[in-house]
Design a protein. Structure first.
Length: 278
């Protein structure tokens, strides 16, 4: 990954702006296209030709309404918007075939950022600790023995988890927190993809079983790593949905915009007829 790609990835992960996220994702897709032989040049040629045809059709419609129609500044602006919208649409449709490698990089970037996020790790550890501390047996006693396991606010760094209830509580705390972090960090991808946690849960529990064969506590960094890694894998497997939803959304936005432009140009041409008769 070169400096520009690394910069775009950082911006994409750190941004809270929908426009910035979409722009960075688009640039990443275009940069991915650049590595695919002649695809970029083919897409650019197609974009130029199709955009020109749409503008020609716009002029044809106006002239077909009235021969006396003379394009003015309004038509020029409408043609420019129509051309740019069509050009971007064609490039985006071509670039969507490179969605998987781009999404893989973005999600793995999120995974790395999550595992290195000390604030997230501390807050999630605190939540997991308190969930286990709240577990009670039928007679009201604590499920786990917390002697030697001080509260995180007092410097504690481990959670007792010999019982199944405690392990499930820890697992849920980390998985829910990781999924929520993805939703907050990647709202656009989260809207399309589903951060499933089933496989991650079973992997963490299996990892706990192996760890407890020789220890009374569980190294929570293992849960962090597994949660992020497995959720990332689940998300990457769903990248086909991005192509489908992305294509539909792009075509819908383009169609609505072009409909408005053609309607405005036709209205301007009809108004010219009215002026000619007055």
């Amino acid at each position: 990954m070169n400096i520009m790609e690394h910069y775009l990835l950082e911006k994409l992960i750190a941004s809270d702006s929908l426009i910035v996220e979409l722009s960075m994702a688009f640039l990443r897709l275009v940069m991915e296209m650049r590595t695919a032989g002649n695809t970029l040049y083919i897409s650019l040629t197609a974009a130029f030709v199709i955009s020109a045809l749409v503008v020609w059709l716009l002029r044809f419609v106006a002239k077909n309404v009235t021969e006396s129609y003379q394009p003015g500044i309004g038509f020029t602006i409408s043609s420019f918007i129509s051309y740019i919208a069509t050009f971007v649409l064609v490039i985006c449709l071509f670039s969507l075939q490179f969605t998987e490698p781009v999404v893989r990089v973005v999600i793995k970037g999120w995974e790395l950022a999550l595992t290195e996020d000390i604030e997230w790790r501390n807050s999630t550890f605190l939540e997991a600790y308190e969930k286990v501390a709240d577990l009670r047996t039928e007679d009201g006693r604590s499920v786990e023995d917390f002697n030697g396991f001080p509260h995180p606010d007092l410097g504690g760094s481990n959670i007792p988890a010999r019982s199944d209830q405690a392990r499930f509580a820890i697992t849920d705390a980390y998985l829910v927190s990781a999924a929520e972090n993805f939703a907050e960090t990647m709202p656009v991808l989260n809207w399309i993809l589903s951060a499933k946690t089933g496989n991650a849960k079973s992997e963490i529990l299996s990892d706990m079983e192996r760890y407890f064969e020789g220890s009374q506590t569980y190294e929570l960094l293992g849960a962090v790593s597994i949660a992020a890694d497995k959720i990332a894998d689940e998300l990457i497997e769903q990248t086909g949905r991005i192509i489908i939803i992305g294509t539909a959304a792009l075509l819908l936005v383009w169609f609505v915009l072009q409909t408005l432009i053609f309607a405005l140009v036709s209205w301007a041409a009809l108004r010219r007829i009215k002026e000619d008769f007055c």
